[in-house]
Design a protein around this ligand. Structure first.
Ligand code: UDP
Length: 423
């Protein structure tokens, strides 16, 4: 297990986004939970939505007076290969669970659990399937509450993998899913809670950036800022469908030749498939220099992602499966119309035809891109509607509030009062 260091944050800075009654509720919860010890466990401190949220949520909760640590699991490539397979299979990919996969998965969970023996926390929040079996190797402590936070869509999982993981996750005292429909039918979870992820308006990725500054940042990557820009920010992964985005762009380009496409993607340390898929994407783009493919390896960090999103005319997230798709809210927060795959958490964020479009095919994606390129007024009004939606529903502080409600309900349950699960 490795302790992750995070930047400091101040609760005070977030008050400007909150209504009075939310502040009152937060203050009450903070008073009741002051000093509670919380630990977050996942597999990576960089790349992907979970790390993104943790980097903001951990310091904010700390500033509210909770004692929060964030640990990532230690593992070698063999473990991350197996957990990547688990991740795909839990989202429905076909394949048989092998004895070897089980033993690698359990060996690393056991190894990491041994490093936890001195831990002393009130709440252990375990993110996603990778560390789910830690619970079975940990000597139970009185009062310790275990929460499983599932960030992925497990509504129709591969049954063998689901049965294996379910044995562990059903032992937790509470579980959090992004959407009710992600919970597999018939699964029994204690204190089931629904919490959507969120964007941090104070992070370098989401803080306001002048369009001119954003444009000057992205010229470094060879973008011609005088041409309309379409961007997808995401890991290079089949579920994110970067190949489908390129195909849609090709259709668009025939009718709107000035449009440019940027595919911005970070290589996460727990995603060994990423490189193969990056190469595949580069091959699909071929000799078309109007398609820009940039990663953290050519200097794309939070500020650059912000700049690409801010300077774009349209944001795409054409996923085929998606837990939430934080990049959708990130794009909306920058006032951009977002075209997203009609799947999973994207459907919670995009109201079709209001703040963007939901699409099922490459052709539909191309058609909606063309609609927006040809109607800048429509694009602008959709962008504004999106920003408002994020302000109300998907900001970091709302996410923290929902966690605090759950912690509080678990605390009161422990004291003998049965509290309903916070929704
Ligand atoms: N991201 C990034 N740089 C990149 C690509 C992605 O910082 O080059 C971030 C992106 O801005 C978002 C997160 O990684 O905050 C991806 O989260 P999402 O929920 O969209 O997808 P996940 O990767 O978790 O499946």
């Amino acid at each position: 297990m490795q302790l992750v260091k995070v930047r400091e944050k101040s609760y005070q800075d977030y008050l400007e986004y909150l209504d009075r009654e939310v502040v009152n509720e937060l203050d009450l919860l903070i008073e009741r939970l002051k000093g509670k010890r919380v630990v977050m466990v996942n597999t990576t401190s960089f790349g992907g939505g979970v790390a993104e949220i943790m980097n903001s949520m951990v310091p904010l909760m700390r500033d509210m007076g909770l004692q929060v640590d964030w640990w990532t699991m230690k593992g070698e490539d063999e473990f991350f290969h197996v957990t990547k397979t688990f991740h795909n299979r839990m989202q429905g990919q076909e394949g048989r669970l092998t004895q070897k996969e089980k033993s690698i998965y359990l060996r690393y969970n056991k190894l990491n659990a041994e490093l936890m023996q001195d831990w002393d926390y009130d709440f252990v929040v375990v993110h996603d399937p990778q560390p789910a079996a830690l619970i079975s190797y940990r000597k139970p402590r009185a009062g310790e509450k275990w929460i499983w936070r599932c960030h992925i869509d497990t509504s129709t999982p591969n049954p063998e993998y689901w049965d294996f993981i379910y044995d562990y996750v059903s032992q937790y005292d509470a579980s959090i899913f992004t959407m009710e429909e992600f919970v597999k039918e018939g699964a029994q979870f204690k204190n089931l809670t629904i919490i959507t992820p969120s964007v941090d308006p104070k992070s370098p990725k989401n803080q306001p950036l002048e369009t001119e500054e954003a444009k000057s940042i992205i010229t470094r990557f060879g973008v011609d800022i005088h041409r309309p820009l379409i961007t997808q920010v995401s890991r290079f992964d089949p579920w994110k469908d970067p190949l489908g985005v390129i195909d849609a762009y090709r259709i668009v380009k025939k009718e709107f030749p000035s449009a440019l496409l940027a595919l911005v993607g970070s290589m996460a340390s727990d995603d060994p498939e990423g490189w193969d898929y990056l190469y595949k994407t580069i091959r699909r783009a071929g000799e078309d220099y109007d398609i820009m493919i940039v990663t953290n390896f050519n200097g794309v960090s939070d500020l650059e992602v912000n700049a690409f999103q801010t300077a774009s005319d349209i944001i795409i997230q054409k996923s085929l499966r998606e837990g939430f798709g934080l990049t959708v809210s990130e794009g909306m927060w920058k006032g951009k119309p977002v075209i997203g795959g009609n799947v999973g958490g994207i459907k919670v964020q995009i109201d079709d035809g209001v703040n963007g479009f939901l699409v099922d095919t490459v052709e539909e994606c191309a058609e909606k891109i063309l609609t927006l390129l040809r109607n800048p007024m429509l694009a602008e009004s959709m962008g504004e509607a999106g920003k408002e939606k994020v302000r109300h529903e998907f900001l970091l502080i709302t996410n923290v509030l929902r966690y605090l409600r759950l912690f509080h309900s678990l605390t009161t349950e422990q004291e003998g009062v049965i509290a309903p699960a916070a929704k």
